[in-house]
Design a protein around this ligand. Sequence first.
Ligand SMILES: [Fe+2]
Length: 302
Amino acid sequence: MCAMSQVVRVAQLSDTHFLEHGAEPEGGHAYDTDAAFDAVVDHLGEHSHLDMVVVTGDVADHGRAGQYQKAAEAFSRFQVPVNVCPGNHDFHAPFNVGIGRPGVSTSRAMEVQNWAFLFVDSSAGLMNVDESGLHVDPPGEERLHNNGSLGSREASWIRQMCEETSAEHVFVWLHHPPAPTVPLCHDDNYSAEWSALLSDVSIIRGLAGGHTHVPDEHVVVDRPVFVAPSLKNNFSIDPQTWLPPGYRTYEFMPDGAVTSDLHLVDDDRWPRRPFGRALKSLFMGEISFEELAEIVDRRASS
Ligand SMILES: [Fe+2]
């Protein structure tokens, strides 16, 4: 099979955070995500031979139906199939109802050449079972503020898919990267769930997510973990700089190797500019979002 297989080429967008016209972005400090999406699509047009586009969650900013309608219309502009998995901003019911349309899907697994792609819901461990037996989001904003939880059901599904696939290699697409380099986004239990899985399941060659809005690349249990930029706001922690919106591209080789390039779309609308100590403290887990908001308000009124 290996000798017959071709390289698979994929583009990844993440954290598109679509917003209705005129609505306030959650947490503030956002680029115009419609403009960022247009800029990314134009830039992506320079890549030929893409097999598909993957979107790894936080599709909508508040998980509202109108935001998914906008997202689905935007994703259907791609000339290749698009597959989407949910993030912590994507509430279960409106996400599942709102995304699907011809060419845009929320498939959980697919095989391409000699690769299997798994699309994991990295918030699955938070789900509750309601009185009719349906899995539903936890009440309030618990999903919105979580840093990843697989739970036994999702972890078992990943193990089962890896055992049953006829593909030679598995790659995992999901919202929350395990063991992110940004302390604000780190969850010990979630990283432990992935360390256990990756130690046991050798066929997984790597993972790709988003969530941190800090694009980078690190290694967990000898596997590459790629983190895509956001379209809402984007940062480098060292040096402390706002970054433009962007995306990643991937090549999946027949021998199981994966390479990825980061693409940032520079423009006057989102200049690379330094940010201050308070925002750095947020990323380092030293202050909360509420404390950052207080500091910003204090400065604005002084
Ligand atoms: Fe996000």
